[in-house]
Design a protein around this ligand. Structure first.
Ligand code: SAM
Length: 311
């Protein structure tokens, strides 16, 4: 295992300020990771945090300090897509806030054997939850050329996706990260503009596919109006333009069906098109220049915030 750099939470100040936790409030941190947001919220107010992560190793690292917060902290192994099920199991019907910070943590990337990094040799795994599901090796070794090209194009925004898919088909089976990274590097030139490793976009695409990251995001967003209290806040930090687009459209709430039993908010006549959220961030909030300097992960981060409408 490689020595892991500590995970620096992205836009922590902004997340805490917009969540504005209060005494007695209940908040969900859907992506616990190293617990940066969870701890900050628990320290800011005498509140309760339900912290979810699909990676058991992330939750295990909290064992050292979780007891400091007693019953104010619940650690849940599972996905934020299943948030409703997790809350039901805890007997919680509504919460005051929900935050997710989507993607991988530094710990996950730095553990070579997890297979997230094209820099270290490791099994081609990429599952955040290692207890179930297909690995990245399963995906590259079994999908047809067109499916692979589509995954790499859509999730990696990789122009040369077809060329890469062909090279994968001609050189499989793959077992390790470097085997795959080297094949991608052999067919994609290094960009003169930004110099980023040619394998970057393909690895990102496979990670998104293996963990069904966009499906998870959609599921969580769809569940959010029902689990948030009135004026409860939804905060999403994303790192990929596709994710940000999904969040932006969802928060705008075009064509959102409102229950016939809810009274209409002032100014609305049509029962069918009332967004359940008011947007608090007109444009996505970006990290400060100082944060970007100290934390490279912050460079592509976008934070969007919405508040559950009072009907
Ligand atoms: C970027 S880190 C979160 C860091 C955290 N905000 C902090 O301050 O330490 C993302 C974490 O979310 C987890 N994760 C990603 N997608 C998830 C999902 N759909 N459900 C639950 N956990 C998920 C990953 O396993 C990882 O540990």
């Amino acid at each position: 295992m490689n020595k892991s750099a500590p995970h620096i939470p992205v836009m922590l100040k902004e997340v805490c300020a917009y969540m504005n936790p209060r005494k007695g409030g209940v908040y969900v941190d859907g992506t616990f990771g190293a617990g940066g947001y969870t701890r900050a919220l628990l320290d800011q107010a005498e509140c309760r945090v339900i912290a979810i992560d699909r990676d058991q190793t992330a939750l295990d690292t909290a064992q050292k300090w979780a007891s400091e917060y007693g019953e104010r902290l619940n650690l849940v192994h599972g996905t934020f897509g299943d948030i409703k099920t997790h809350l039901d199991a805890l007997g919680v019907s509504h919460v005051d806030g929900l935050v997710v910070d989507i993607g991988v943590s530094s710990m996950q990337i730095d553990q070579a054997e997890r297979g997230f990094s094209f820099r270290f040799e490791g099994a081609l795994d990429m599952r955040m939850d290692r207890s179930q599901g297909e690995t990245a090796a399963d995906v590259v070794n079994t999908r047809n050329q067109e499916t692979l090209a589509n995954i790499i194009y859509q999730y990696g925004e990789e122009r040369l996706s077809r060329r890469i898919a062909k090279a994968i088909i001609n050189n499989r089976p793959f077992e390790t990260t470097l085997q795959l990274a080297n094949i991608v590097r052999s067919v994609v030139p290094r960009s003169k503009k930004d110099g980023i490793d040619p394998a970057t976009r393909t690895f990102q695409a496979l990670r998104i596919a293996v963990n069904d990251e966009l499906g998870q995001l959609e599921q969580m967003l769809q569940a959010s109006p029902d689990i948030l209290k009135e004026e409860g806040r939804l905060l999403v930090v994303s790192f990929h333009s596709l994710e940000d687009k999904i969040v932006k459209h969802f928060m705008r709430g075009e064509k959102v069906q409102v229950s016939r039993h809810d009274p209409l908010p002032e100014g609305y006549k049509d029962q069918d098109h009332i967004p359940p959220f008011t947007i608090l961030s007109k444009k996505a909030i970006r990290s400060s220049e100082e944060e970007k300097k100290n934390n490279p992960r912050a460079r592509s981060a976008r934070l969007r915030i919405a508040e559950r409408r009072v009907f």
